[in-house]
Design a protein around this ligand. Structure first.
Ligand code: HAM
Length: 418
């Protein structure tokens, strides 16, 4: 039987991968501009990291983790997200000893056992940033502004920043109690997941997609109604900084992120018309995470964005990325003898730093010319016949359709790319 790739995974083939490179280069450039440095953490971690970090009662930990025992009996999990691993790395490598804040970014595959659908995969890719060590609301706004700037530079339209504050351990108990009081009379009507969330994690009921639960929770007290002075002031300042950066946002009091570590700021960015999975980016502050993992109470704020969803959004919005030309020179030849000279020239061109290609399927010259079109090269060189015997070749500039005879050993002088 033919072996197929696993459900919810993708092969990214040449043609598409170049778009990933383009977007990744833009993200790296943005990180350099915003002062974020790359961190690379393992793809698998101790399962306890996610249980403690992301939270035992979250969908991710309860239902979606790829967890297994290795041959040594260790409980491992393929990372479902990047924040917990980055926080562990910060703690384990004592980055609190460096100048704060420590601003890190990562990109790579994440794994969640979700029901695959458009824009939702079991292996997907995130780019994320995490800023550790600063309590300042300016850090929250900086994080949001990096994501915003990224989508703007890609030319995306209709972006919406949804902003909320989910409070802190000081103000959350009051909210929890008010929310439970509000929902209790109709507890039996909530969906099975929400009934089980009622005691363990009632805030998530506000986020349930079931129409019945949505109707029941209409008008329920939100965290915003219960914020303590510190959280309220923080939220006001985040808004102020976003205003200063000219970033528009909407307050969304029902925005409850699906991970437990959030405190104060929570946000998501959506684009319209990419289907049900319109959240292209999500993040927020997590001032309790490092302490939860056994460290000092060091604050943090960050986001992650789905790479696959960028490409869906670009396609829906009809945005073409301006990818660089891939081939500089296509070398073609007529006859066996010319083939050797062509091979040698190909090597010289590549050694000189040019992107050069030639046929290696024994095509006729005519077929080579047809094949050459695929490369969209800036130049085509034609070697053969008595011309080559004189040490000369034809050099065709494909961009302006001019052709000239040049000496083979001086060809480099005539090639101008980039
Ligand atoms: P998240 O909201 O779970 O947050 O994921 C962030 C983004 O990853 C989503 O907005 C979405 O674009 C993408 N994404 C999530 N799941 C899938 C999937 N199954 N298939 C395709 N794309 C997906 C986090 O992961 C947090 N660690 C973000 C964060 C960083 N918060 C603070 N720092």
């Amino acid at each position: 039987m033919e072996i197929k790739r696993m459900r919810g995974t993708n092969d990214f083939l040449p043609g598409e991968v170049e778009k990933w490179h383009f977007v990744e280069a833009k993200l790296r450039d943005l990180c350099a501009r915003f002062g974020y440095q790359e961190v690379r953490t393992p793809i698998f971690e101790d399962t306890a990291l996610f249980q403690r970090g992301v939270g035992d009662t979250t969908d991710i930990v309860e239902k979606e983790m790829y967890s297994f025992q290795d041959k040594g009996g260790r409980e491992l999990t393929l990372r479902p997200e990047g924040t917990a691993g980055a926080a562990r790395a910060y703690l384990e490598n004592k980055l609190m000893g460096a100048a704060q804040p420590v601003k890190l970014y990562y990109m790579g595959p994440m794994f969640r056992y979700e029901r695959p659908q458009a824009g939702r995969f079991r292996q997907f890719h995130q780019f994320g940033i995490e800023c550790f060590g600063s309590h300042s609301p300016a850090a929250d706004a900086e994080v949001i502004s990096l994501a915003w700037q990224f989508y703007r530079e890609l030319g995306m339209q209709g972006l919406q920043v949804h902003l909320n504050s989910v409070g802190c351990p000081k103000c959350r108990p009051a909210h929890r109690e008010k929310l439970q009081d509000f929902l209790r009379p109709r507890l039996g009507e909530l969906c099975a997941s929400c009934q089980s969330r009622f005691e363990r994690n009632p805030m998530r009921i506000l986020d349930c997609k079931s129409p019945v639960c949505q109707e029941i929770s209409q008008g329920a007290p939100t965290t915003m109604d219960c914020l303590c002075d510190e959280c309220r002031e923080h939220f006001e300042k985040v808004k102020r900084y976003l205003d200063l950066a000219g970033i528009q946002y909407e307050i969304d009091e029902r925005l409850v992120r699906g991970l437990d570590y959030y405190t104060k700021t929570a946000f998501e960015i959506t684009v319209p018309a990419i289907g049900s999975q319109s959240a292209i980016c999500g993040g927020g502050r997590y001032d309790g995470l490092i302490a939860e993992l056994g460290g000092e109470p060091i604050p943090g704020v960050g986001f992650a964005l789905g790479m696959e969803r960028i490409f869906t959004a670009l396609q829906t919005q009809g945005i073409e990325l301006s990818l660089p030309q891939e081939t500089d020179v296509f070398v073609s030849y007529l006859g066996d003898e010319a083939e050797e000279a062509a091979f040698q020239l190909l090597y010289r061109l590549r050694a000189a730093g040019l992107r050069a290609e030639k046929d290696c399927m024994g095509r006729s010259l005519k077929a080579q010319m047809k094949y050459a079109n695929k490369f969209n090269a800036a130049y085509t060189v034609i070697l053969g016949g008595e011309e080559l015997a004189r040490g000369a070749v034809q050099l065709r500039d494909m961009r302006n359709s001019t052709q000239q005879e040049v000496a083979l050993d001086r060809i480099m002088e005539y090639i101008q790319v980039r």
